[in-house]
Unconditional design. Structure first.
Lengths: 113, 111
């Protein structure tokens, strides 16, 4: 298995632009998680899905952030409009459920200027 | 919200020495996990210990869990330069699905 795949690996955009981050989880994993990592706040859970349904989005910072999972093999995290404080590394992870290890993708480094 | 908090924030040792990192948490858990992150990479799972376990081993790794003190420790024995990374503990919410990560311990192992 190729592991969790994220794209793009790096994204540089200007403030106000729309940003879409993509994730392909490991086949057979029912849970998908989106995290954001910054030096100041560490690793924060933004949202997670079970069987393509959002379960907890309480970590989504603002309405500018939205996430979808149209099918079991694809998820997107969208920021519209983007702001400089959104600059961070965004990770996607997947697993088979509670009590199991999470498998992380390589992350997308987002820079908003 | 952050639940697991690692200590120390940074640790520098020489190859061959043991490295011990600690993690404290606040609420009840079903399990606690340790992850490693190399610079510029994603997190990699190291070991999971359940709330009814007190100690677990995996190769050069030893993890202990004290639920009465709400704390865990990760011991890396005979460290190598390749062990240089950040180490995070993660605890599950009561639901058992979401994980809360600490801010990590940055370990530097010098040859």
């Amino acid at each position: 298995d190729a592991g969790v795949i994220q794209s793009p690996r790096h994204e540089v955009t200007e403030m106000g632009q729309e940003v879409t981050l993509r994730c392909k989880p490991i086949s057979g994993h029912d849970y998908l998680f989106w995290y954001r990592q910054t030096m100041m706040r560490g690793l924060e859970l933004l949202i997670y899905f079970n069987n393509n349904v959002p379960i907890d989005d309480s970590g989504m910072p603002e309405d500018r952030f939205s996430a979808k999972m149209p099918n079991a093999s694809f998820s997107t995290l969208k920021i519209q409009p983007s702001e400089p404080r959104d600059s961070a590394v965004y990770f996607c992870a997947s697993n088979r459920g509670g009590g199991h290890e999470q498998y992380f993708g390589p992350g997308t480094r987002l820079t908003v200027t | 919200s952050q639940q697991g908090e690692e200590d120390p924030q940074a640790l520098s040792i020489q190859e061959g020495e043991n490295a011990t990192m600690n993690c404290s948490y606040k609420t009840s858990i079903n399990n606690l996990q340790w992850y490693r992150q190399n610079s510029g990479r994603g997190l990699v799972h190291l070991i999971l210990i359940r709330s009814n376990e007190r100690e677990k081993h995996s190769g050069r790794l030893r993890v202990t869990l004290d639920t009465s003190k709400k704390s865990s420790s990760l011991l890396i024995t005979a460290s190598r330069a390749a062990d240089t990374a950040s180490y995070f503990c993660a605890t599950d919410e009561n639901s058992g699905y979401a994980l809360n990560f600490g801010k990590g311990t940055s370990l530097l192992v010098t040859p």
